[in-house]
Write a protein that binds this ligand. Structure first.
Ligand code: XMP
Length: 317
């Protein structure tokens, strides 16, 4: 029987004991897990926590600046590092999903390593790893080869020489949210859908270009804003859009078009290990589909994903 108050009290004491007066660096992602980990550590060690928020160029539209502002408002010591161009140029021409993840993981570590070397005498790396991350990254290491490598698990190369601290390692997502509420974190931030570390890269099937990122950011924004304004956002565990490597024929006025297809995905789940597609209202799907096609240049068809996990996965890559 999990009690968030007791967890916070014990974990803050444990972190103080473990880290003492050392400096800790933590990578914020904008998500619930890393934010809750940061606020917990901030309670325990205050100004000795140094947060870094990297823009990999694959976040949701406008998210880098808005989340950075939100963190500053929470009193966290956070540095925003805008490396979008670097990630996108390293990803140019790459279509294979696992290669995308590996490149993003590697570049993230390079950026993060450079940044943490700027912090004098830092001893610890804190991560927002939660229990399902631990399980999935262990279970995919079977003889049947990797299903998906989750780049935010498994630590860092030795050269960083940092000790690892993962205060949420034993918690499920709903428990992390309850801990966050106890810590006084904004309910809107705590209610955010999970978002993968490799970001939109694994929702752009095939190779990634800045133009495709922009199209998908615009589509995603129409979809997510729509879910919010229809009061559906909080009924869904995770939602997003996928840009397919397919053009389809359409008609606009008197003109034949030959443009991109996007898929919308919304799932119910408790921990992401299994998931069911959500029966979104037809009226909502109709409105969002019209808005996407009318507002986002380059898209002329919208489909809705009705697969559950298993046998499908939540992401398409
Ligand atoms: P799948 O697609 O495996 O997704 O059913 C389960 C949950 O994990 C997220 N996901 C990832 N998160 N790095 C992450 O940090 C990744 O490479 C990654 N792949 C999938 C996915 O968004 C869903 O919440």
């Amino acid at each position: 029987n999990f009690t968030p108050n007791a967890f916070v009290e014990e974990m803050v004491a444990e972190l103080k004991e473990k880290v003492k007066d050392d400096k800790v660096v933590l990578g914020l992602s904008g998500g619930v897990d890393s934010t809750v980990a940061a606020v917990l550590l901030h309670q325990a060690i205050g100004k000795n926590l140094y947060c870094i928020f990297v823009n990999n160029g694959l976040l949701r539209k406008n998210e880098f600046q808005s989340v950075l502002d939100q963190y500053k408002g929470m009193g966290l010591n956070v540095k925003g590092v805008d490396s979008g161009d670097r990630f996108l140029s390293e990803l140019a021409g790459v279509s294979d999903p696992e290669t995308k993840r590996k490149i993003i993981g590697r570049v993230f570590i390079e950026v993060f390593d450079d940044e943490s070397h700027l912090i004098e005498d830092v001893k610890w790396l804190a991560q927002g790893t939660i229990y399902p991350d631990v399980i999935e990254s262990v279970s995919v290491k079977g003889p049947s080869a990797t299903i998906k490598s989750h780049h935010n698990v498994g630590g860092l190369p030795d050269y960083m020489k940092l000790k690892i601290v993962e205060p949420l390692r034993m918690l499920f997502k709903d428990e992390v949210r309850r801990v966050g509420a106890t810590l006084g974190i904004d309910p809107e931030l705590l209610g955010r859908h999970p978002f993968p570390g490799p970001g939109l890269s694994i929702r752009i099937l095939g190779d990634i270009t800045p133009e495709k990122v922009q199209i998908l950011q615009d589509v995603d924004k129409v979809f997510i804003d729509g879910l919010k304004s229809w009061g559906l956002y909080d009924k869904v565990w995770q939602a997003g859009a996928i840009l397919l490597p397919v053009n389809s024929v359409g008609v606009m006025g008197d003109e034949r078009t030959y443009e991109k297809v996007v898929a919308l995905r919304a799932v119910e789940s408790t921990d992401g290990m299994t998931a069911d597609w959500v029966h979104l209202p037809y009226d909502f799907l109709m409105k969002v589909s019209n808005d996407i096609i009318n507002k986002v240049k380059g898209v002329n068809r919208v489909v809705y994903d009705i697969s559950s996990k298993p046998p499908a996965t939540i992401e398409w890559e």
